[in-house]
Ligand binder design. Sequence first.
Ligand SMILES: Cc1ncc(COP(=O)(O)O)c(C=O)c1O
Length: 435
Amino acid sequence: MTDTDPRTRPGTVTAVAPSPRPATAPDGTPTPAYVYDLAAVRSAHARLRSWLPEPSELYYSLKANPHPAVVSTLHRLGCRAEVSSPGELGAALEAGVPASDILYTGPGKRDEDIAGALAAGVRDFAVDSVHAVDQLDRAAALHGVRVGYLLRVNPGGGSRGAGLRMTGDPSAFGADAEDVRTRPQRYTGGDHARIEGLHLYLATNIADEAALGDSFGEAIEVARTLCQAVGRPLRTIDLGGGFGAPYAREGELPAYPGLAARLTGELDRALPGWRHHAPTVAFESGRYLTATCGRLLTRVLDVKESHGQRVVVLDTGINHLGGMAGLRRVPPLHPDVVRPDGAGPQDAGRTSTTEPPGPAMICGPLCTPLDTWARSRPLPAVAPGDLLAVPNTGAYGLHASLVLFLGHPAPLEVVTDGGRTVRSDRLTFVRRAEP
Ligand SMILES: Cc1ncc(COP(=O)(O)O)c(C=O)c1O
């Protein structure tokens, strides 16, 4: 039910090579249900790797989708894991990622979070301030180990074309680049935690290749300046990410065909040893790797006329998708609701009524008027019980939603691989007494 071709809308993507459409869930799947197709994860990974300069490492950011099957698939493909909470650390370990492949990031870590990560064997952290350097040094001393960290840096500029700019303004993220440049000794660490690299994450969700190249170009230049200021060889320069992806709408992953060549040239000039891992260059992605693997299946609960408008109530809403849209963490939600076989509204085919397609107000089931997906969107004729799907919801779906609000069960999560269901499970929330 696109109102315009998604490929022509600003901020969306240009299709180059089609990625496989996730398989249709088996008939009778209880809804609401997220369906993640691992073949689509593999395809997205191959596509992203093809845009990156070599040699480089790629971190999968679990915040996009920490489902163990997704995480273990990406780890088997060579991704390391970027986690930023005890829950994400647990998900990475449960998925079989060894602690030595985990980078623990985040601007505010409790002492017990760091202690738990150290106990689990994590030795790579990203820190965001002078206090965080001291905190990590103390924690490592208490634990009797030595750790390395990437110093996250907040440069002065900002990235053009970013969906969500992460730096350049006052922020919890990173130390000001200028302070690191002029007073590097504040950031190089103590006896147990030592600086081993830089972490630059300037922006996210950039579909335009030139803008993404500019963002990485800025990161490389900052890294060059700060490597000189720190005055000791650094093991890793994590240039972050910013790779775009369609969200809850039809569309393909963006293509960046010239990115690797551009970054190779810039890295050769700024960090000449990078081709021999001196330093190792790393990238991060959440949404590019997982957005297109997922669909949210939903059934129509009710259809009615309200003051002259058709109102369609679905069995899923902001508790399962898009709950963070209002917080700018994910794009505003204007979902495409389509037939699960991918047919558009005009191909609606099987309908339970003779009602013609037309605009409808699309609502979730929650007892709040805020649970409105769209005030007026084209929708085929539907009736209670009809199955619909929201495409491209493999990233920032369930885990960026208001799951506890109003107490509905979490949706089923079904994992398929090329059409075969490999597992299905459901998160549950349990209140436990604490002393
Ligand atoms: C440090 C860091 N890494 C990775 C990501 C993942 O971003 P995306 O899903 O857009 O690739 C984010 C997103 O905010 C981030 O802050």
